[in-house]
Design a protein around this ligand. Structure first.
Ligand SMILES: Cc1ncc(C[n+]2csc(CCOP(=O)(O)OP(=O)(O)O)c2C)c(N)n1
Ligand code: SF4
Ligand SMILES: [Mg+2]
Length: 766
């Protein structure tokens, strides 16, 4: 497969030295960013763009750049951080994909509307739902109307080049717009290719010059009102100016590309045309698929067929005139879209190409549109050949029989799918066993829980079948199952995105024996609020007469309680009768072990590397139970699997409170051998050490009153924090003599929080 732009340039001057390397698109984006030495990067992990921040963090740990890396609480926050940094006048970077883009999208027109440049690498991926982490352009199409420049990169080389070109065009005085560099998730982001890059960072910085921000928020002698309320008639003028800025980008881009070509030897036309000089039939595709199509075009050319490939390097401004030129003599264009508009007569790209051609009265090109490669479905040589064949047939007959259709999709047949439950659904008698009993003391109002012996408890059928794909030694499911042992009756579970979700469902399989709902990473609590209220209302209306008391449980990771904190607090403040169980594995494990706000100080992660200039995470862990307790919900608890009886009792109380009073939140510490870099067999010992070191105290808060349920000091079991840290690869560096200060800071915080908890435990009102 051809991977670099094929348009040669004339060598006019001695060029700065470049280095040949073998790298992926994400590596090249990070390298360009490091060479630019952005001021600030605000980011939030999402596959497949996360690596850009990870690589930059790794470089930061070694002191290779000065970029201030800010891990946000979600993409909306990341976009806000970037906007704030941009109004401060320096250079700003972000990288995201799919739902990350959608979650931030509200912020993006603000950035364009106030004309603050920055660069966002959009590593394209299919948007949910259903959830799919692979690449298509459904996210990119949402970015078409936000006023940003969009540069496209078909190869890792182009990712590097466009990342250097992006600030140059975005900061041009007539443009002053933020820029997206879009490249295909996994195809371009993760596949290594031969690339060239400048040896010296100064070359890149010299090409860009210092950042130019004429109006910024950090000059008190020239105060600025950034983003005033604006109404008719000014807003339409503002939008017109924005359109003029995009037009200016169209005017200036050829010069910027030419200047870059002088420097690098790599030239990017607005629209890349391949074998189009005498082509009668063309495939028109965005990004990596166009490179595959070029190979198919070569093969068809050898058979004497007049075919070519057209692929833009710029999507905003839309190079309409270049398309008109490219298609002047083309009989048939088959325009591919890697996302659909669902009956808009094509995907967005093909609609725009067709609109551009329509404005040329001379143009007679017949257009076909095919939706292809959705959800990362491979687009192979044979696919390109098939599309060429369709277009050649239309050229032969002069007829477009089906203008708009899918390539490579089938409607499916329910009967043929062969989907059946491997394990039968749980029977009522199986789930209502009265194994655990909860009673409220009339006098004190306290709950008393009767738990049978562990053997008896095993009679409770598992709500989750063992056929899931978690790593060996993963603590999630044993902890969640232990919790579920304390829950009587039918449950409906909602899983937010995370390891627990990803490893238990993969169409057409599901490990869940009870009704399971997945919703977006950050919105589970709100969704469960809606479901629980629908349940109550339908019961009230007599529409669900046979459904007994359902218990609604949301399972979320610690990351889900970062990005989903707002909806969780909202649900708590509304006091919906449901239980949120957070399994805390101290990071965003499913996406490759990035730091979460629950990751403790100093712990290494893929966004808090350890190196000569950085020793793991730079801020203390989030005390989520205390935050949730501050919402005054009736019950908050912490638990671990190995203190099983304690956890079952807490589960039973949780269910009682959810049935009788309102929302419950509980946090379970859950081992992740893969990313804690610990032995699989040691999971429970490490978790126990976290408890015994008082890092993860076990307690409950009922109606605001705190009770420690397991006190390692009182049991003479307290161990030093260092003993726990020494058990994991991600923390061993904290025990080195040179990190004594870091260890002391962490120990102090653990001690401070433990003492405060003890004081609460001892106080009758707290
Ligand atoms: C809006 C949005 N941003 C980011 C992601 C990517 N994402 C999915 S799961 C996940 C991490 C989950 O972490 P956590 O909740 O702690 O669960 P774990 O993977 O550790 O089990 C991330 C970052 C996403 N799906 N949606
Ligand atoms: S990465 Fe960690 S949390 Fe995720 S399945 Fe593997 S062990 Fe479990
Ligand atoms: Mg986690």
């Amino acid at each position: 497969m051809v991977t670099t732009t094929r348009t040669p340039t004339r060598r006019t001057a001695v060029r700065p030295e470049q280095v040949l390397a073998f790298k992926t698109g994400n590596e090249m984006a990070a390298l360009a960013a490091k060479q630019i030495n952005y001021h600030v990067m605000g980011y939030y992990p999402i596959t497949p763009s996360t690596e850009v921040a990870e690589f930059l963090d790794e470089m930061k740990a070694e002191g290779l750049h000065d970029i201030v890396m800010i891990p946000a609480d979600g993409e909306h926050g990341a976009a806000g951080i970037c906007y704030g940094a941009a109004v401060g006048g320096g250079r700003v970077l972000n990288a995201t994909s799919a739902n990350g883009l959608l979650y931030s999208i509200e912020q993006l027109p603000v950035q364009a509307g106030t004309r603050y440049p920055m660069v966002l690498n959009l590593v394209t991926r299919s948007i949910s739902g259903p959830l799919d982490i692979r690449g298509d352009h459904s996210d990119l199409y949402f970015a078409l109307n936000i006023g940003w420049i969009i540069l496209l990169a078909r190869s890792p080389q182009a990712v590097y080049d466009m990342n250097i070109i992006a600030p140059k065009i975005g900061e041009h005085p007539d443009v002053r717009l933020p820029v997206i560099v879009a490249y295909d998730g996994f195809f371009t982001s993760h596949q290594k290719r031969l690339v060239e890059h400048f040896k010296d960072d100064e070359v890149v910085q010299g090409f860009l010059g210092p950042p130019k921000t004429p109006i910024h928020a950090l000059d008190p002698r020239h105060p600025a009102t950034i983003g005033p309320y604006m109404n008719d008639p000014d807003l339409i003028n503002n939008k017109y100016q924005l359109k003029m800025a995009v037009d200016a980008a169209m005017r200036e881009l050829p010069a910027v590309f030419a200047e870059y070509a002088e420097l690098s030897g790599r030239h990017y036309p607005l629209v890349d045309t391949y074998a189009m000089e005498d082509a009668e039939v063309a495939l028109v595709l965005l990004n990596s698929a166009a490179e595959t199509a070029k190979d198919a075009a070569d093969s068809l050319r050898e058979k004497g067929l007049p075919v070519g490939v057209v692929s833009p390097n710029v999507l905003r401004p839309f190079p309409a005139e270049e398309f008109r030129k490219a298609f002047r003599n083309v009989k048939v264009a088959l325009i591919g879209d890697r996302a659909d508009s669902f009956s808009g007569q094509g995907g967005n790209f093909s609609i725009e190409v067709k609109a551009a051609l329509k404005d040329d009265p001379q143009n007679r090109t017949l257009c076909l549109n095919r939706i292809y490669g959705v959800g990362g479905k491979d687009f192979r040589f044979e696919d390109a050949e098939t599309l060429f064949d369709e277009a050649l047939e239309a050229a032969r007959t002069g007829v477009v029989a089906v203008p708009y259709d899918y390539h490579g999709a089938t409607p499916g047949q329910e009967a043929a799918a062969g989907i059946y439950p491997y394990l039968p659904p749980l029977e009522k008698e199986e789930v209502y066993q009265n194994l655990v009993q909860v009673e409220q003391d009339d006098g004190t109002g306290k709950l008393k829980v009767k738990v049978p012996n562990p053997r008896e408890l095993t009679r409770r059928p598992k709500r989750l079948a063992s056929g899931h794909g978690a790593c060996p030694g993963c603590g999630i499911f044993s902890a969640v199952e232990q919790f579920m042992r304390g829950i009587e009756g039918d449950v409906v579970v909602l899983y937010q995105t995370g390891c627990a979700m990803v490893v238990t469902t993969g169409y057409p399989y599901s490990a869940h024996r009870v009704t399971y709902v997945h919703n977006l990473f950050q919105n589970g609590a709100a969704t469960l609020s809606g479901l629980v209220e629908m349940y109550r209302e339908r019961r009230r209306r007599g529409e669900l007469p046979d459904v007994d008391d359902l218990t609604f449980v949301m399972i979320t990771g610690d990351g889900g309680m970062d990005i989903g904190m707002g909806p969780a607090i909202g649900t708590a403040l509304r006091n919906h009768p449901l239980i949120i169980v957070e399994y805390d594995n101290e990071g965003y494990m499913n996406t490759g072990a990035q730091l979460s706000y629950s990751t403790p100080l100093g712990h290494a992660s893929s966004t808090s590397h350890v190196g000569s200039h950085q020793q793991g995470k730079r801020f203390q862990h989030k005390d989520t139970p205390q935050i949730m307790a501050a919402t005054n919900i009736p019950y908050v608890f912490t638990g671990i699997e190995s203190l099983g009886r304690d956890l079952v009792e807490k589960a039973a109380k949780a269910q009682w409170y959810a049935r009788n009073e309102g929302m419950v939140y509980g946090k379970l510490l859950s081992a992740c051998p893969l990313n804690w870099r610990s032995e699989e067999r040691l999971g429970q010992r490490i978790v126990q050490a976290a408890v015994d070191s008082c890092f993860f105290p076990l307690y409950e808060i009922e109606h605001g009153i705190t009770s420690i349920t397991y006190d390692p000091e009182a049991r003479n079991k307290r161990v030093p924090v260092s003993e726990w840290l020494g058990m994991m690869g991600k923390t061993r560096h904290m025990l080195r003599p040179e990190n004594a200060g870091l260890l002391a800071e962490f120990e102090e915080e653990v001690e401070r929080r433990w003492r405060r908890l003890k004081a609460r435990d001892e106080h009758p009102l707290l």
